[in-house]
Design a binder for this molecule. Structure first.
Ligand SMILES: Nc1ncnc2c1ncn2[C@@H]1O[C@H](COP(=O)(O)OP(=O)(O)OP(=O)(O)O)[C@@H](O)[C@H]1O
Ligand SMILES: [Mg+2]
Length: 298
């Protein structure tokens, strides 16, 4: 495990922001940390960086205990804050060069590493100053900077939240590639982002972790679930199909049906035909995490 968090509790005054948090993050995984605004995501990341003291519990990163005010464990960590700041007049490569000098990276390593990172984040051909960058470009540069010294853990605080769909897709793809050389821990309130690239997900709600699991496990639980719309309302279709041995629910105006194997699917189609119910759309239920979150919150 590259990160082990045990019994972490954090209060601001009498406001308990994090309660008895336990998290284990395995190496070379993408770990999604999902939570609504104000759930405590940034606070947990600040605890992991030793920037604020804990009220209870311990954090270990790459075998090193995190101690408030000490930076020893931070040499294993690259951090992309929620609003990264740069020197506006530098270009991306000049900026990374500066960071490399500050962190004492050997000269012969520097150029190759910077080239490699600029390529990873898709900024290799850009010579204009950072002040002209879009938000997405700044986030991508922030990731390159955080990865510069080959950290064992990359912490990104809501890297996709302010971006449009294309920008988000780029960041997600970069994080997924970064998994080959590090472990990625990122927070988001966009559940579908977590679902796209995560190996593990944990959800924080009112200061507590309400679930954490491998995404594959969550997916398996939903294997064979399909969402239908018909030319008649879903509730009416369910009424007419009530006698079938399949688990059915109406959600969001659609009929969700568990059809675990080919026989079940065939039988279901035959019954639809027999009932003269016409399908308008049919899709496998893939937005399962979103569903789970809604179920937990409502
Ligand atoms: N320094 C502080 N002093 C007092 N309260 C704080 C402090 N920092 C955070 N909080 C409170 O802790 C709670 C969690 O805040 P935090 O910023 O960790 O949430 P978040 O999940 O990162 O939210 P967002 O999605 O908006 O970034 C909030 O209620 C916030 O007001
Ligand atoms: Mg935050």
């Amino acid at each position: 495990m590259v990160v082990q968090i045990n019994g972490l509790t954090k209060r601001f005054g009498d406001h308990e922001v994090l309660r008895d948090i336990h998290l284990d993050i395995p190496e070379h995984s993408v770990f999604g940390f999902v939570g609504a605004n104000g759930a405590g995501k940034t606070t947990l990341m600040k605890c992991m960086l030793g920037l604020i003291p804990l009220n209870a519990g311990t954090i270990t990163i790459a075998g090193e205990p995190v101690i408030f005010g000490e930076t020893k464990s931070n040499r294993h960590v690259g951090y992309l804050p929620d609003v990264p700041e740069f020197y506006p007049f530098y270009s991306a490569s000049q900026y990374l060069e500066l960071c490399a000098v500050i962190t004492g990276m050997p000269k012969d390593e520097k150029q190759a590493r910077i080239r490699e990172l600029l390529q990873l984040v898709g900024l290799e051909g850009t010579n204009s100053p950072i002040s002209t960058y879009s938000r997405g470009m700044k986030q991508r540069l922030g990731i390159a900077q955080a990865l510069l010294n080959r950290p064992k853990l990359l912490i990104c605080d809501e890297p996709t939240s302010a971006l449009d769909p294309a920008g988000r897709a780029q960041i997600l793809s970069i994080l997924q590639q970064a998994k080959a050389e590090t472990t990625v821990f990122f927070s988001t309130h966009i559940v579908s982002d977590a679902e796209q690239i995560c190996d593990h997900v944990a959800m924080l709600h009112e200061g507590r972790i309400i679930f954490q699991d491998e995404l594959a496990n969550l997916k398996q639980q939903n294997e064979g679930r399909f969402l239908f719309t018909f030319t008649i309302p879903a509730a009416e279709a369910m009424e007419r199909l009530q006698h079938l041995p399949f688990e059915m629910t109406v959600t969001d105006g659609r009929l969700a049906v568990n059809l675990p194997d080919d026989n079940a699917r065939l039988l279901f189609m035959q019954k639809l035909t027999a009932q003269q119910i016409l399908i308008q759309s049919m899709q496998p239920q893939t937005r399962l995490l979103e569903q789970l979150v809604l179920e937990v919150l409502t």
